[in-house]
Design a protein. Structure first.
Length: 121
């Protein structure tokens, strides 16, 4: 895997992870009564500034992903999307106060180990 390809994948996946965190923060800040119509809830979510930021980050990440795919095999690049699982979990713990558990940490460690094995192969 070339350094430039790896960096493109890393930035693309990082932007996707930040976008997921922005989505969560954006929808968590929307307050509507439970009885509100579905279309009103959907519009409120969609036009939340943090959700819009998340969509923009996904767009930039997707363009970078396309450049990465141009440089490397899909079968090598795509498994690195699993890095987003690790990044989103860490982001949830650090920025959203989500709980940390031993099974979660073990799962993340297994993902990281798998990625290290793939990167060397």
């Amino acid at each position: 895997m070339s350094l430039s390809g790896f960096l493109l994948v890393l930035v693309s996946v990082s932007l996707s992870a930040v976008a997921q965190t922005a989505f969560k923060m954006g929808v968590s800040r929307v307050t509507l009564p439970e009885a509100a119509a579905l279309w009103l809830k959907a519009a409120s979510f969609l036009f939340s500034p943090l959700v819009l930021l998340g969509l923009a980050l996904y767009g930039v990440g997707t363009v970078l992903w396309l450049f990465a795919l141009r440089q490397m095999d899909l079968s090598l690049a795509y498994p690195f999307v699993a890095m987003s699982f690790v990044m989103v979990s860490v982001s949830g713990i650090v920025f959203l106060g989500e709980p940390v558990s031993l099974p979660r940490l073990l799962g993340l460690a297994l993902i990281i180990l798998g990625l290290l094995v793939m990167a060397r192969g």
